[in-house]
Design a protein around this ligand. Structure first.
Ligand code: SAM
Length: 352
């Protein structure tokens, strides 16, 4: 079926909408209301902490079709998921991606979904921001680790800072709220983070700083990249007054208010702080594998039950069985004895 025909079918067949149940609850009494979906493992950047320079990507034939991704996401919404984030790889380089956004937006219209959003490197936003806003996307996360064009090129290997800034401009012009995510990198952007705070807050954007996680072999020693956020925070506290606030996005970030700028600053510290107790999310890959935890290997194959039948009975049962084995938490370790990645798969596979 062509992309256009697929969307027309969804509109014409009310049975494609979902009948939503109460959220699934995992063995640790956490309701699962948030699904992150990696729609492609490909990206137009090659960030040094995320991918090796010469990545081998999945053969295109292994990817779920847009229609299958829609069916899977809709099944999760039927099981009580209220927030959906498309990620990758770079979600906006997946061919026909706006067709999927348009199809999923029907769940916003029906009230079954509270939020449809994405995490992006921003490079394609000049092209897509207006359409995303029109479909009901209200806030997005854009990854940006530095404001220095040369450093930006060195970190992303293939990216251009100008294009990302143009993407941020386009999103804001379309009325979408932007949060910037920056990974703290030892010896690379550690002296720039205060400037990033001023810049993001000056443009009415929140900033979240993320600790490097040991995912996938990227061809560089993790110890060389790792900068504990306790150190970042202590240094920022020399320049700014960081006020504890209650603000939570339902995710792992802990926020403070920066008194001097009036803006919000989040810290995601998977290595120095365990954030699993309130975890409400699961992650789906573009081949239909469900990871119940970003930091564990256990996964459930949803592609087989999806393809086995046109009805969702098998799929629903597989989703329920997977949530019933969601682990309590992860234990990433970076130290001199653990130079290898804690997990073999890259963030671009699981969906960052
Ligand atoms: N391409 C999109 C982007 O750039 O935001 C979405 C996918 S990317 C994998 C999502 C986020 O994961 C980015 O903010 C990126 O910086 C972060 N990330 C990737 N690898 C990471 C790692 N090893 N540790 C911490 N964050 C990582």
């Amino acid at each position: 079926m062509t992309d256009t025909a697929f969307v027309e079918t969804l509109v014409a067949e009310p049975s494609r909408s979902v009948r939503q149940r109460a959220p699934l609850v995992d063995p640790f009494q956490r309701p699962i209301t948030y699904l992150r979906v990696s729609v492609t493992d490909r990206c137009d950047f090659r960030c040094v902490y995320c991918m090796s320079e010469h990545m081998t990507f999945l053969p295109k034939a292994d990817l779920l079709t847009l229609e299958e991704l829609d069916r899977l996401c809709s099944a999760f919404i039927g099981q009580g998921v209220r927030k959906l984030r498309l990620t990758g790889g770079e979600p906006l380089v997946r061919r026909g991606i706006m067709t999927l956004f348009r199809a999923l937006a029907r769940h916003l219209d029906s009230g079954d979904l509270d939020e449809l959003t994405l995490t992006t490197n921003g490079s394609q936003l000049p092209k897509y921001a207006a359409e995303l806003a029109e479909l009901g996307v209200r806030r997005i996360n854009i990854s940006l680790d530095t404001l220095d064009p040369d450093k930006f090129r060195a970190i992303t290997r293939w990216g251009e800072l100008d294009k990302v800034i143009a993407g941020i401009d386009a999103a804001q012009a379309a009325g979408i709220r932007v949060k910037i995510n920056a990974v703290a990198l030892k010896g690379v952007n550690e002296n720039e983070l205060a400037e990033l705070v001023r810049w993001t807050h000056g443009r009415d954007m929140d900033l979240t700083i993320i600790e490097v996680m040991p995912l996938g072999d990227v061809g560089e020693g993790r110890l060389d990249q790792y900068l504990p956020l306790s150190m970042v925070r202590a240094r920022l506290a020399e320049q700014f007054t960081l006020q504890e606030i209650d603000y939570r996005t339902g995710g792992p970030a802990r926020f403070v208010k920066v008194v001097e700028t009036g803006g919000r600053l989040g810290f995601i510290t998977p290595l120095t702080h365990n954030f699993c107790e309130s975890c409400n999310r699961v992650r789906l890959t573009c081949t239909g594998t469900l990871y119940m935890c970003l930091g564990q290997e256990d996964a459930a194959d949803l592609r087989t039950p999806l393809r086995a039948s046109g009805s969702n009975n098998l799929l629903d049962a597989a989703i329920e069985a997977a949530i019933a084995r969601k682990p309590k938490g992860h234990d990433f370790i970076i130290d001199r004895r653990h130079q290898r990645p804690a997990l073999a798969r890259h963030m671009s596979v699981t969906g960052g």
